[in-house]
Ligand binder design. Structure first.
Ligand SMILES: Cc1cc2nc3c(=O)[nH]c(=O)nc-3n(C[C@H](O)[C@H](O)[C@H](O)COP(=O)(O)OP(=O)(O)OC[C@H]3O[C@@H](n4cnc5c(N)ncnc54)[C@H](O)[C@@H]3O)c2cc1C
Length: 640
């Protein structure tokens, strides 16, 4: 019933291995070596803004930046300290809704991004690791009081949930109740661009979770907190109110979340509350895989070989943790009000229309039981053919499980274990090819989270390769709207975009095609596409989405080289040869037969397409390709 301890070592956070800089609060930093800590002063966010904005946001600079595409020049008035200065083109990102200034500072300079790579700036994971290390002794002395709390985030399941399992064990050993908490912050949804479909899926899942936990006499308390900065304080208040001494939570690897957790660990320790962050969402926790030279991998293939090897050598990584045990029956009397908690409605900015709600509920039934059903069916019927079918958007050949991984209604451990156990070998890289391929796709998810942790500036609107910030993107609104509405005149692109807005999901092949089209054929800032995806995907996951865009736009980790530009027509002919996918999502083209479906205006079906209201192509691929090659080269060579 309760966890075998073998996986614990890997999943509880470890202290940082190397010297670096530890940021304290907003403006103080501590350099730490193995033995010393010397406080130094770093700029406050305000100072950084002032330095950058006073130099760059003056009228002449703005005028210069607003010049037409291709003649923009960096602002010469910027502060001399490159770590404090925003990127010269930071205004483009703000004016086009990429950097949300309500929540975040201006786009940083390339020098600042590189300072993370050279260990001059601390990575957020290091802040959390240090907080855990520094408070370890204090936390050990904290005895269990009236209750133990598990804080649910995007880990909305009871089975194989590392932190929940540990929380349950802690409570059981002490004979006190386990309380489940979910904090709903509308500002967090806004700051993270969480789509309404995803919020709806999460709320429906909370309903399932509440019912399941209630059967174990475990209350699920959902606490709405308007402002995101108030979340840690409110969590501490609730802990105090419930007389709870221990707070367990699975680690989220985005920058804000790591920093928030680090702060919470320290502040709680001072108040006699032990916060226990646990690795859960990756099969191999970030930071555990390094090259022979001790570096993080920046290329998938060697990383994947290392991932496989590491799991084979540490099979406990695939051990599933047990669901929580029941609470003492007295819990219902002790915490009666907590059992009466209603699942709230979605905040207004994230609510769905009645029609949308109906559609998404039918398409994506919520909760972990549905996830297990879908996993079982996929492994039973489809995984064997996955290698052949996975690239064909008209064939339901993929698992459709991303929504469950993103919401945490299914753990990737469970998925990999289930697939492996259907194979004739226990090796992850042997036996059935479909199973091997599927496991290798799930591994991409881990890979991208490892990348996020080590290169945290990708979470701050910078590309993995900072020099790609210098490409002079277009911000052509008509082009962006045509792309978003599925009206580009490129049938495969339009079909895919309409699938996204209809289902909240898009086939992986098509995600690559539309991302390449936006960033290369239209030369639009790839971050506008990244944002649109997050705002519409039901499976929106920061690392997978950002790195997927980075791959297709050639600005990310292990990307498609920038000079390899997808030809949408060839992609269409290769992956939707009979045009079935196009006909499904672009009904105006239903009546167009044969190969003309891929390019009606270029293949003699222009009259029919026009009559049916289908637009002409908004760009010429050949010309657009040449323009993209030139712009990428110029940006990379600019030396900013
Ligand atoms: C531009 C772009 C944006 C993307 N945005 C997201 C996103 O926000 N959330 C998301 O979960 N995936 C994203 N992906 C990855 C991938 O497209 C989806 O995971 C996949 O289409 C989900 O369908 P499925 O569950 O049927 O996948 P399957 O083919 O059944 O694969 C199984 C699982 O493996 C993982 N996986 C597969 N391919 C990838 C990949 N390329 N990168 C990372 N993980 C992968 C997913 O968790 C997926 O559920 C993006 C890819 C691109 C190119």
């Amino acid at each position: 019933m309760f966890p075998r301890v073998s996986w614990l070592k890997s999943y509880l956070l470890h202290p940082p291995k190397r010297p670096g800089v530890l940021l304290m609060g907003r403006d103080r930093a501590i350099h730490f070596s193995s033995s010393t800590m010397i406080p130094i002063k770093l700029p406050t966010t305000q100072e950084a803004h002032t330095n950058g904005v006073s130099g760059s946001a003056s009228a002449p600079a703005d005028k210069r930046r607003k010049t037409s595409h291709g003649v923009r020049s960096p602002d010469p008035n910027l502060s001399a300290n490159p770590l404090r200065t925003p990127h010269p083109f930071h205004r483009d990102a703000e004016d086009n809704g990429i950097v949300l200034r309500k929540f975040y500072p201006p786009e940083m300079s390339n020098a600042r991004a590189r300072a993370y790579n050279s260990d001059e700036l601390p990575r957020p994971i290091e802040l959390l690791n240090s907080a855990v290390t520094d408070t370890a002794a204090a936390r050990r002395t904290i005895g269990v009081k009236n209750a133990v709390v598990h804080w649910f985030k995007w880990d909305l399941r009871t089975s194989d949930n590392r932190a929940l399992c540990l929380a349950s064990e802690k409570a059981r050993k002490a004979g006190v109740p386990l309380i489940a908490l979910y904090v709903l912050s509308p500002q967090d949804f806004d700051a993270h661009l969480t789509s309404p479909a995803r919020v709806d899926f999460m709320l429906r899942t909370l309903g399932v979770l509440k019912t399941d936990l209630a059967k174990l006499d475990i209350p699920l308390w959902v606490e709405p907190v308007d402002k995101r900065r108030d979340v840690p304080g409110r969590v501490m208040e609730l802990m105090a109110k419930w007389g709870a001494s221990h707070l367990f939570a699975n680690v989220e690897y985005e920058v804000d979340e790591l920093r928030r957790e680090a702060k919470l660990v320290r502040e709680c320790a001072e108040k006699g509350i032990a916060v226990e962050p646990v690795h859960d969402t990756c099969i191999v926790p970030p930071g555990q895989l390094t090259t022979n030279a001790g570096k993080q991998y920046a290329v998938y293939s060697p990383w994947f070989r290392s991932w496989i090897r590491h799991i084979h050598e540490n099979l406990e990584l695939l051990e599933l943790s047990d669901p929580p045990g029941p609470n003492p029956t007295s819990t219902r009397a002790l915490f009666a009000t907590l059992f009466d908690c209603d699942i709230p409605q979605a905040p207004e900015s994230k609510s769905l229309s009645v029609e949308e709600a109906k559609r998404f509920r039918a398409l994506w039934p919520a909760g972990e039981h549905e996830a297990m059903k879908r996993l079982g069916k996929f492994c039973e019927e489809d995984v064997g053919n996955y290698g052949n079918n996975r690239n064909l958007p008209s064939v339901p050949g993929t698992s459709n499980l991303s929504v469950h991984f993103a919401s945490g209604t299914l753990s990737t451990r469970t998925a990999v274990r289930t697939a492996r156990d259907r194979n004739k070998t226990k090796r992850l890289d042997g036996g059935n090819e479909g199973i091997q391929k599927w496991i290798s796709e799930i591994a991409w998810r881990d890979f991208y989270k490892h990348v996020l942790v080590h290169w945290p500036y990708i979470c701050m609107n910078k590309p993995f390769k900072p020099e790609y910030s210098n490409i002079e993107w277009s911000y052509n609104k008509e082009h962006f709207d045509a792309w978003a509405r599925g009206r580009t005149g490129f049938p495969i692109v339009d079909a895919a975009m309409r699938q996204l807005t209809n289902m909240g999901w898009m086939h992986n092949r098509c995600r690559m095609v539309v991302a390449s089209f936006l960033s290369k054929d239209l030369l639009l800032d790839w971050r506008m596409g990244e944002r649109f995806f997050m705002e519409h995907l039901i499976d929106g996951d920061f690392a997978s989405n950002n790195c997927g865009w980075g791959f297709a736009a050639s600005v990310g980790v292990d990307p498609q080289p920038y000079f390899r530009i997808f030809n949408p027509l060839l992609q269409s002919e290769k992956f939707d040869p009979d045009g079935e996918y196009i006909r499904k999502w672009v009904p105006e083209l239903k009546g167009i037969e044969g190969k003309a479906i891929h390019d009606p205006y270029g293949r003699g079906a222009g009259d029919r397409a026009r009559k049916a209201g289908y637009p002409k192509p908004i760009v010429d691929h050949k010309g657009a390709r040449a323009r993209a090659l030139a712009a990428y080269k110029k940006g990379i060579d600019s030396g900013l």
